[in-house]
Design a binder for this molecule. Sequence first.
Ligand code: B16
Ligand code: MG
Length: 219
Amino acid sequence: MNKIGVIFDLDGVIVDTAKYHYLAWKKIADALGFEFTEEHNELLKGVSRVRSLEILLDIGNIEISEEKKQEYLVSKNEDYLGFITKMEADEILPGASELLDHLDETGIKYVLGSASKNAPLILKQIGLYDRFAGIVDGNSVSKAKPDPEVFLIGAKKLELEPGQCVVFEDAIAGIEAAKNAKMVSVGIGDENTLKKADYNFNNLTEVPENFFERLMTLN
Ligand code: B16
Ligand code: MG
């Protein structure tokens, strides 16, 4: 692997938007009259908006019409937008800016591979949009993680073979997607939860200086 590229997930790797997703979904759960805890919210990480609503309704054991589902999807996103349009660069997670600087210095290209349809807006809010060589988000894919589609499109944007790509992910579905794409996977967060990843770090500050250089020397 003498040439590599990097694919970053967004929520949980570059920023923590899970807390805003939680508040917006909780409002719907409150309206429907059931408890939605932060523990439940873990199940929605890395999962598409539509799938998140299905999981939420399962938690509440609630059945609603297709029409009502559409209404909830719209209102949830409106509430979520209320939070993310206030985001600024100070919400970039520790180590992310430094890691991107290091990749720029070493000439390693990187793209985004996120399930979020709001990914471009979030990257603009935090001032990182122009840094990425390409953006693959929830608008560009037809199949959600753990399907490898999002990362395979990312590899095309990097003009690299899947085996030359390194994926940074915080969700189990994302690590599985990277594995399904036959890419190197790096789990960011709880090592036990992400034990299927090839490498694990609690956060991006823990990624060693020579991490990419060492990967490049492997065959
Ligand atoms: P949106 P990621 C994911 O982002 C979130 O982890 C997940 O909780 C959310 O449901 C999904 O984006 C869709 O987000 O409603 O903005 O389209 O981790 O893939 O960057
Ligand atoms: Mg994520």
